[in-house]
Design a protein. Structure first.
Length: 556
């Protein structure tokens, strides 16, 4: 424990005025260096912990809203085209209809798609169906069907379009908060709004767009919690300083730092992660990554604030409660998403435990043992899922858009040209995706070399969504899975656009050149998206025009 005379370390961590530390002999390591008592002023400490406020004035709300409006137009116009189930909608839309009626998934006859496409979904059978994905995403699809009907494509795609639009708004706000710039927030929203990968999945009812939304919402909640936690730390350190005669906290108070109390935004993040897990199990790595990330942010705050034993203090006084708010809350939320299955009497495996008594696990409720067996069976199915598919794509190819997924393709008759095409292709805007892939290298240097917390947060999201797929090389995977971490790819790209743009106080020539280059990049990205739009939204175009958009042989 340092002596009161050695308490004055505070360096320049809470003041914009540099206060260089004096040199410390080996015997004095661990003691504090003298700094002015004003260092504990609340405003200065808060400014140091939180950084400068977001620039842009009213644009802070105007730009995110404008990008969301653009996203809504692109996602809702002609949402009902094509008017039939496409790709894996054949599973999730019909499961959603079953949930509406029964609270659990039921089986369908072999020709169910034809009846469903014709507006006659009543052919649903009474027997329970074995499904391998949890119900949250399907319940969200069901909400759109409840509002607009289950007999039309607009109804069963409505929720996906809403969630896709909200994701654009949310990402613009996240980028704005991370980079402190309304312009960069607007750029992030614009890039996600016009990218074909996100656009197509926002216009079709697969589960991945809902997974992406809840993961982004969890990250946004943790981002708000980061700032909230630092404000609490600044206030409590300032309050402690005010109780002493010399305007500085005591040695004991500065040893581990104050307890920051219950953090509601962390609880919100836990709920969002539980809903993501209730959509797809691929959310599991995000729970681990985001949990470690939020604790790391708190450890950094305590270190910057001059807490001596910042690591132990952060782990004990922040980390334990962070674990409780994220992991158990996510698990409870996940179990809650199975309420329809719990309440049913004849859902798949609902009474497995009663038919298979167990001595070591008999103390568990039968419903939980039955659900555990259901999950064991589903996990075995997922691990062994490896079959040839014309549009399978190894995870190695995702970032370079090596093999897009065709959701729908027809050659309609009666068009003006000799041959026409109508397609829905999950194909990301090449400029956005290839630039984002390169930007990840820049972020690695920023994280390793500068310990930039923004780079760490973005890379955590990309790593959690991307790297686990390399653990299952034998499994059949698809490019459209990448939408789960696409918002973080866009953040990575915008981080680099911010470097090109330059600081707001840069010289006039430097700033103008940065604005010109970033504006040119965004304009080119929008123009390229307009070029690819017909093959994202099922427009009927001449075959030659469709073929001209297949830049690589692997895209066909």
């Amino acid at each position: 424990m340092p002596s009161p005379d050695g308490l004055r370390r505070y360096h320049d961590v809470v003041s914009h005025t540099a206060v260089p530390p004096r040199r410390i002999s080996p015997g004095q390591r661990g003691s504090w260096v003298v700094a002015p008592a004003r260092a504990f002023a609340l405003d200065a400490l808060g400014a140091r912990l939180l950084g400068p406020p977001t620039s842009g004035g009213s644009l802070r709300w105007i730009l995110p809203v404008l990008t969301a409006v653009l996203a809504g137009v692109l996602r809702f116009v002609r949402l009902g085209e094509p008017g039939s189930l496409v790709f894996d909608e054949t599973y999730y839309v019909k499961d959603a209809y079953s949930l509406l009626l029964s609270g659990y998934e039921r089986e369908w006859p072999e020709d169910a798609d034809e009846s469903f496409n014709a507006g006659r979904p009543q052919v649903l059978l009474d027997s329970p169906d074995y499904v391998v994905h949890p119900p949250v995403g399907k319940w969200m699809i069901a909400l759109g069907m409840l509002a607009f009907g289950s007999d039309n494509a607009f109804g069963w795609r409505f929720s996906a379009a809403v969630v896709g639009t909200l994701s654009v708004l949310l990402l613009a706000l996240v980028a704005q908060r991370m980079f402190g710039s309304a312009a960069l927030g607007g750029a992030a929203g614009l890039l996600l709004a016009v990218d074909g990968h996100h656009l197509v999945e926002s216009r079709t009812s697969l589960l991945d767009i809902f997974l992406s939304f809840w993961l982004l919402a969890a990250f946004a909640a943790l981002l708000v919690d980061r700032d909230d936690g630092r404000r609490r730390l600044a206030r409590r350190l300032s309050a402690l300083a005010g109780r002493t005669g010399d305007g500085l906290p005591s040695a004991l108070q500065l040893a581990y730092g104050p307890f920051l109390g219950f953090r509601p935004w962390r609880l919100m993040a836990g709920i969002c992660l539980g809903l993501a897990l209730g959509t797809k199990w691929s959310a599991l790595p995000f729970i681990a990554a985001f949990g470690l990330l939020t604790v790391a942010w708190d450890l950094s705050a305590r270190r910057i604030a001059g807490i001596h034993r910042w690591f132990v203090g952060g782990v004990v006084r922040d980390g334990i409660l962070a674990f409780v708010c994220i992991v158990p809350v996510a698990l409870a939320t996940y179990l809650g998403s199975w309420t329809g299955w719990f309440r049913s009497d004849d859902a798949y495996d609902r009474h497995w435990a009663e038919q298979n008594p167990s001595t070591p696990w008999g103390w568990l409720p039968d419903a939980l043992r039955s659900l555990a067996e259901y999950h064991r069976s589903a996990y075995t199915f997922h691990r062994g899922l490896g079959s040839d598919h014309p549009y399978e794509a190894s995870a190695w190819s995702w970032l370079v858009v090596g093999r897009p997924t065709s959701f729908f393709y027809e050659k309609p008759g009666g068009c003006a040209a000799d041959a026409c095409s109508q397609a829905v292709t999950v194909l990301g805007n090449p400029l956005i995706w290839w630039s984002a892939a390169l930007s990840l290298l820049v972020l690695l240097f920023a994280w390793v070399g500068r310990r930039d917390w923004r780079a760490a947060g973005i890379l955590s999201g990309v790593a959690a969504g991307y790297l686990p797929w390399f653990l299952y090389p034998e499994r059949t995977t698809f490019y459209f899975y990448a939408v789960a971490f696409e918002p973080f790819l866009v953040l990575s790209l915008v981080y680099c656009l911010g470097l090109v743009l330059g600081r707001a106080d840069a010289s006039g020539h430097r700033r103008r050149r940065g604005v010109l280059l970033v504006g040119l990049f965004l304009a080119t990205a929008v123009a390229l998206s307009a070029y690819f739009l017909p093959i994202w939204t099922a427009e009927i175009i001449p075959y030659d025009e469709w073929r001209s958009r297949m830049w690589l042989p692997s895209w066909i």
